[in-house]
Write a protein that binds this ligand. Structure first.
Ligand code: SF4
Ligand code: SF4
Length: 307
């Protein structure tokens, strides 16, 4: 049985499909969206993070590190990621939980046993299990084994994907998937590449093929200032959904949130959208109207906005 690496297993999730769900966040993603709010999911490898608000300056971590990779300075913890092997000794030694290795390896049966603990909640709420990320199809062998177990256990399954993978991978996974949550961000090729690092051709083609197989889809579009929040982009996405994706049951317009910013600090990375403001309510309402006017009458919007 293959193993897989997650960066979170979130119980009682209500955002990632119908009902009460457990969302499994797999590590690794082929895209680099400037607005990504899960930067701990980008690398396929485990990573060490430091929480400044938890640190009590106990310094045990410095003593146990075999590679001298940590330095506690007046400006915070300095981690030399070239030296760090993510051995986890500092995490064990810290009395305050200020150091944490993000990334846990599971066997498929082990993860299945974990999510099965909440089976009663899935059954009473119409929920189930969602595999998300990062990008789950980057660990296709593990995800296939896990979804197969969920299917055998009669749990509702959802796959949350950015769509940027070979069609053959989806062909392997889709027999075990009840619902696909699909990210569609930008139709224009160059602008898509500028925002995410890749062209959208494969993403658009895979979406079409999933719909042609008759699989229910929920499309999700992050509304990001300067990247996806212009009316032309929303109108083009609406037309694409209307004309090409007949199985879309719902289209979520998700207003930009800066809640991911502290995670970039913990990982020692710059935040690409530093200074970006929340969108206004009027803007989101306008884009929602454009979406409906484009024929995507299943569009809904949500998220934090300013007045
Ligand atoms: S994870 Fe291991 S190598 Fe990395 S800083 Fe902590 S103790 Fe040092
Ligand atoms: S596809 Fe999702 S996880 Fe990957 S970089 Fe974009 S926002 Fe982040």
């Amino acid at each position: 049985m293959p193993t897989g690496t997650t960066f979170n297993v979130q119980r009682f999730s209500t955002e990632d499909g119908p009902g009460i769900r457990t969302t499994v966040f797999m590590k690794g993603c082929p895209l680099r969206c400037k607005w990504c709010h899960n930067p701990e999911g980008l690398s396929p490898q485990p990573e060490l993070v430091w929480y400044d608000v938890r640190c009590v300056g106990a310094r045990e971590c410095l003593t146990v590190c075999p590679y001298d990779a940590l330095e506690l300075t007046p400006d915070g913890m300095r981690l030399d990621r070239e030296r760090c092997t993510v051995c986890g000794l500092c995490e064990e030694a810290c009395p305050a939980g200020a150091l944490e290795v993000i990334g846990r390896e599971w066997a498929a049966e082990e993860l299945y046993a974990e999510v099965a603990k909440d089976r009663a909640f899935y059954e009473t709420s119409g929920g189930g299990v969602t595999v998300s990320g990062g990008e789950p199809v980057m660990q296709a062998e593990f995800v296939e084994a896990f979804l197969r177990l969920c299917r055998e256990g009669e749990m509702h399954t959802a796959l949350d994907t950015c769509g940027h993978a070979d069609w053959g991978i989806y062909q392997r996974l889709l027999p075990f998937v009840d619902l696909v949550l699909y990210d569609l961000k930008i139709i224009d090729k160059e602008r898509h590449r500028e925002g995410t690092g890749v062209y959208p051709d494969r993403i658009l083609e895979n979406a079409k093929r999933i719909a042609q197989r008759g699989i229910p889809m929920w499309v999700r579009t992050p509304i990001i200032p300067g990247y996806t929040d212009d009316e032309d982009n929303i109108a083009r996405l609406a037309a694409h959904i209307r004309d090409e994706l007949s199985t879309v049951e719902r289209w979520d317009l998700l207003a930009y949130t800066n809640l991911g910013q502290p995670k970039y600090c913990r990982l020692g990375r710059p935040y690409p959208l530093d200074g970006a403001e929340l969108l206004t309510r009027a803007k989101m309402e306008r884009l929602h109207t454009v979406a409906l006017g484009g024929g995507a009458n299943v569009a809904v919007w949500s998220g934090a906005v300013r007045d």
